[in-house]
Design a protein around this ligand. Structure first.
Ligand code: COA
Ligand code: MG
Length: 317
C-alpha cells in the first residue's frame, strides 16, 4: 500500500470524507489527535464507521487500520475491545518499543478475535517504532515476532519530545542526524523482519513541493509507502509510490533474463550494465507492487508476470 491517511476518530466529517480521499489505507486515530475527554466517543465512532463501511463495502474501499493508544496508557484494551469485532484490517501500535510489544498486542487481539468468532490472525499489526529513544534503539527486534506484523513506520514528533530536541529539521528543512538515524533504523528493522517500511507524515500539508521531494527520497531509500495527514497529500503520495511503466518494463526484462538463463545464472548483462541477483530481487519487488496495484492488464501481462516470478528461484540473499 502506498498512502496511509490519518483520520481523527472523533470527527464524523473527516471519517466520511476519508472514504473518497483515494488513500490505499485509512488510519483511524484514537491516540494523539483525540483529546482525553473524547476517547470513549472516538472508540464508538470508529467501531460504527468500520461496521458501516463493511456493510456497504465495495472492492474499491480503502484498507482500514485503527491507531490505538500505546501499551502502558491504560487505554489500549478498551480501544481494542471496541474495534476488533468490527473487523478492521489492522491495528497500528504507537510508541512501540520492542518486538515483545507486538507479541503482547497480538495476544490481546487474539482473545478478542476468538470472542467475536473471527479467525485468529485476521487482524494485522502495524507498528510505529521510533517514537521513543528506547524504541529507536530496539528497531532491530521485530524479526519473527508475529505473523500479523505487516509494516514498521517511524515518527519524529514524539521522539523530539522524548529526547527534548529544539527542532527536528535544520535550516534547509532536512531532518537532523538523530531523525535520519531513526528513519534508517526503521528501514533496516523492517527489512530484517521481512515487512514493509512506511515513511512518516509530512506535517506542512500545504507544501506540495516539499511533500513530493520527501516522497522521492522515501522511494529512493526503500520505503513502500507514506503516511498522510490531509486528503490533499494522498494523490502526491500515490503517484510517487507507483512504479513507472518504464521501471515495470525494465523489471520484467530482468526477471525474464534470469528465467531464460536458468537456475545457475549469477551475473548477466542488460543494455551494457551488469545485472546480478540483487537486481533480480529488486525487480521482483517492483513487479509485485505493480501487480498489487492492478497496473498490469489482468489477463495477459499479470499472469505472465506471475509465471515469470514463480519460475525464478528466489535469490539467496
Ligand atoms: N481526513 C479526512 N478529511 C480531512 C482530513 C483528514 N485527515 N483533513 C482534512 N479533511 C477534510 C476537512 O474536513 C475539510 O472538509 P470540509 O471542508 O468538507 O469540512 C477538507 O478536508 C479540507 O480541510 P482543511 O480545511 O484544508 O483542513 P482543516 O483545517 O480542516 O484540518 C488538520 C487540518 C491538520 C487538522 C486535518 O487535516 C487533520 O485533522 N489531519 C489529521 C490529523 C491527525 O490525525 N493527526 C494524527 C497523526 S500525526
Ligand atoms: Mg504521536
Amino acid at each position: 500500500m502506498r498512502s496511509y491517511l490519518f483520520v481523527p476518530g472523533d470527527s464524523q466529517r473527516k471519517l466520511e470524507k476519508s472514504l473518497s480521499s483515494g488513500a490505499d489505507c485509512l488510519l483511524i486515530d484514537l491516540e494523539d489527535s483525540v483529546s482525553t475527554s473524547q476517547k470513549a466517543t472516538a472508540r464508538q465512532m470508529a467501531r460504527e464507521f468500520i461496521a458501516e463501511t463493511r456493510r456497504n463495502g465495495t472492492s474499491a474501499d480503502p484498507g482500514i487500520v485503527v491507531r490505538v493508544n500505546p501499551l502502558g496508557s491504560g487505554l489500549t484494551q478498551d480501544d481494542l475491545a471496541a474495534v476488533v469485532a468490527a473487523r478492521p484490517d489492522g491495528v497500528l501500535l504507537p510508541k512501540c518499543e520492542h518486538g515483545a510489544d507486538v507479541q503482547h498486542l497480538s495476544t490481546l487481539i487474539a482473545v478478542l478475535e476468538a470472542d467475536a468468532g473471527i479467525d485468529e490472525g485476521e487482524t494485522n499489526i502495524h507498528a510505529l517504532v521510533t517514537e521513543t529513544a528506547k524504541g529507536t534503539l530496539n528497531a532491530g527486534t521485530y524479526a519473527s515476532v508475529s505473523e500479523r506484523l505487516k509494516t514498521l513506520s517511524w515518527g519524529g514528533e514524539d521522539l523530539s519530545a522524548d529526547i527534548g530536541v529544539e527542532a527536528n529539521r535544520d535550516g534547509d528543512g532536512n531532518y537532523t542526524d538523530l531523525f535520519r538515524h531513526a528513519r534508517t533504523m526503521t528501514l533496516l528493522g523492517a527489512a530484517a523482519a521481512g515487512v514493509e517500511a512506511v515513511d512518516t507524515v509530512y506535517v506542512d500539508f500545504k507544501n506540495a513541493e516539499g511533500l513530493e521531494n520527501e516522497c522521492r527520497q522515501a522511494v529512493r531509500d526503500g520505503f513502500s509507502g507514506k503516511m498522510a495527514i490531509h486528503p490533499s497529500q494522498v494523490e502526491i503520495i500515490n503517484r510517487a509510490f507507483t512504479p513507472t511503466e518504464a521501471a515495470v518494463e525494465r523489471a520484467r526484462r530482468i526477471v525474464e533474463l534470469f528465467e531464460e538463463a536458468g537456475e545457475d545464472a549469477g551475473v548477466l548483462s542488460l543494455d551494457g550494465q551488469m545485472i546480478d541477483r540483487p537486481h533480480l530481487k529488486q525487480s521482483q519487488r517492483i513487479l509485485e507492487r505493480a501487480r498489487s496495484r492492478d497496473q498490469l492488464a489482468p489477463c495477459s501481462s499479470s499472469s505472465q508476470v506471475g509465471r515469470v516470478i514463480s519460475n525464478v528461484r528466489a535469490p539467496s540473499l
